[in-house]
Ligand binder design. Sequence first.
Ligand SMILES: [Zn+2]
Length: 278
Amino acid sequence: MEKILFDSHSHISDEAFDDDRDALIEEIRASGLKYCMDIGSSLKTSMECVESARKYDFCYAAVGVHPAEIEGLTESALYGCLEYFVTEPKVVAVGEIGLDYHYDDGPSKEDQIYWFEKQIKWALNYKAPIAIHSRDADEDTMETLKRCGAFSKERAAAFPPKPSGAPDCRVLLHCFSGSAELARQYIKLGATVSLAGPVTFKNARKAVEVAQAVDLESLLIETDSPYMAPVPKRGERNKPTYVEYVARKIAEIKGISYEEAALSTMKNACRFYGIEER
Ligand SMILES: [Zn+2]
């Protein structure tokens, strides 16, 4: 099968795959999926992502601590984890990091912002692409990124511009759930937006508007496996090969062929993560 898909955000190290990971890997190898990002969300899962990237040729990794996982975190442990970006050739980004205000009993906003800032600043210092998780925190996420300089002239100068000449600050809003207007603001600042399973859902008005509003060159696709399986697999355990359904939906929304949607988003993801296409 022709390999034209890139799942830009998944968790193949997740325990949901512990019982049949070998079968999953074989399935990926036999599918149209060429590359897959395994994204860390804690010190432990970041380490597991590093292992996946070492083990599987199609797999690349990101390391970072998700806002729900910051309890008990120390600076030395965090920087030790992020250091894999420097020492491991297939660790290509910092993530997923960000803010999640969805749960009332989660870490405080102050604590979340504190560790988000530390990780953004580290990523800016080491010129690492940043994969952001933002849930019910639109304003603070944008504000924190701006305050830390994630969209500064300096940051944009560290990377070649997008094919249209627009700035590329290598900031990715993963599983983007904001409005089309917010997406436009981010793109203007040099960010990239990724859409996941929700764009295929029946009630997906917002995500469809985002797909319409964002130029193809600033769009990535992902599964966020094992969560949020796209239609027609909604409700099942999600897996990276299902990114095909997201690509098909993007093609439909943008009025382009499936192959163009798949190939363009694959090339975008390679460019974003600094992966030289093989
Ligand atoms: Zn994720």
